[in-house]
Design a protein around this ligand. Structure first.
Ligand code: THG
Length: 373
């Protein structure tokens, strides 16, 4: 491959900006992607420092791209039940749940965190697809008594082993008692927030859901100040850590046919519940037939992979197509090149090395269970 120019992302007014965008840029943002029609910070120019802060310290991430789809009205729960195969019995205010959403073919179309914020109000904190359109169409077609809209809510994540210190200094010791995905509606010196124990890493942490976009820079500054004793710094959803932890990146790891069983989400799919939900018949059929591929880890031979993948890498097993690797990188903690991807059951059962077509040629790899750590 010849020399390839770096491509810049054009910043304009069509793609939406986070309430923390100005603060992120002032903190040294160097790269962004687009997610839910918004700029999503992806780098502050020092991947090693960003990884280290997440694993050993504390980092603050502008994840306002995790948009909320509010379901508000007497039929909020009925609509939520239709949208997800997960059983929502016993859901209480202040509780969150990871809820895959599927289409009528049983393919996954998003994997939000659901928050029950009030008796008749549920938020879906979505990954990168247009769930407001989907959910409002379902509600309209069925004449459900529920409004489906995107509220003024923008999460700021605080992640890493020292996040608990920063967040308890800001809000008090009650944050230590929050269960995973649990949350409370509160404020910080009048800045309206939801404080949740969650975040797209396995290093522990919180998400502050800002409820007034005009106060983004103020919230950013308060968190940066409170984090100073713990050497907080900026970061983003982390490419290396999420592979190590086996966290799913909807859109990166999935395609139009990916079903939740392939992703290992069996425990979130309640086929036996009395409620109907979108994709139920298809998922029953998929489960009966059994899956043909599965989301797995791979340990990859060869020189250290230091760059993020621009494309998926095809996988073959004994010369036959065996799926794809959607993300791979050298892991400092595993001490090897690791990847995640969708690989065929045939290749998994063969229990012998597969070949991955990398930019620099084929490499041998072995399939392993997730997570790596
Ligand atoms: N936080 C919030 N919104 C989000 C995300 C988030 N929206 C987009 C995206 N991330 C949604 N996807 C995920 C994927 C995985 C997890 C959370 C959101 C996650 N998974 C854990 C795991 O897989 O081990 C726990 C799942 C469980 O056992 O319930 O945390 O991060 N606000």
């Amino acid at each position: 491959m010849g020399a390839v120019m770096a491509v810049q992302l054009s910043i304009g007014s069509r793609v939406r900006k986070s309430p923390f965008f100005k603060s992120s840029r002032n903190a040294g943002l160097t790269a962004a992607s687009v997610y839910n029609h918004m700029y999503m910070p992806t780098s502050y120019g020092d991947p090693a420092a960003e990884y280290d802060r997440l694993i050993n310290g504390v980092a603050m991430w502008d994840v306002a791209v995790e948009r909320q789809v509010a379901l508000k009205g007497p039929d909020a729960l009925a609509l939520a039940r239709l949208l997800t195969p997960r059983n929502l019995d016993g859901l209480v205010i202040g509780q969150g749940k990871y809820v895959p959403l599927c289409n009528y073919n049983g393919a996954i179309i998003n994997d939000p965190v659901l928050l029950q914020v009030a008796e008749h109000e549920i938020w879906l904190s979505i990954a990168d697809s247009d769930i407001q359109l989907w959910a409002s169409a379902v509600a309209g077609a069925l004449k459900l008594d529920v409004d489906v809209f995107e509220p003024d809510v923008s999460p700021l994540a605080i992640q890493g082993p020292k996040a608990i210190e920063v967040v308890s200094d800001l809000f008090g010791d009650w944050v230590r008692e929050l269960k995973y995905f649990g949350f409370r509606v509160t404020d910080l010196g009048g800045i309206p927030l939801v404080v949740a124990r969650s975040g797209w890493s396995k290093q522990g942490g919180y998400e502050l859901y800002l409820r007034d976009a005009s106060r983004g820079d103020e919230l950013w500054a308060r968190v940066a100040e409170a984090g100073k004793p713990y050497s907080i710094g900026p970061g983003t959803p982390n490419y290396i850590e999420r592979i190590e932890s086996g966290l799913i990146s909807y859109g990166a790891d999935t395609d139009a046919e990916t079903n939740p069983f392939e992703l290992g989400m069996d425990k979130f799919i309640a086929l036996d519940q009395p409620y109907d939900f979108i994709g139920k018949d298809a998922l029953i059929a998929i489960k009966r037939a059994g899956v043909t591929r599965r989301f797995m880890g791979l340990i990859i031979d060869g020189p250290r992979i230091m760059q993020t993948s621009e494309d998926r890498h095809n996988v073959t097993c004994n010369g036959a197509d065996a799926g794809y690797v959607s993300a791979c990188v050298f892991s400092p903690r595993v001490g090897e090149n690791i990847g995640v991807g969708m690989v065929s059951i045939v290749a998994i059962d063969a229990a012998e090395p597969v070949q991955i077509q990398m930019e620099d040629g084929p490499r041998s790899a072995r399939i392993v269970p997730l997570p790596f750590i």
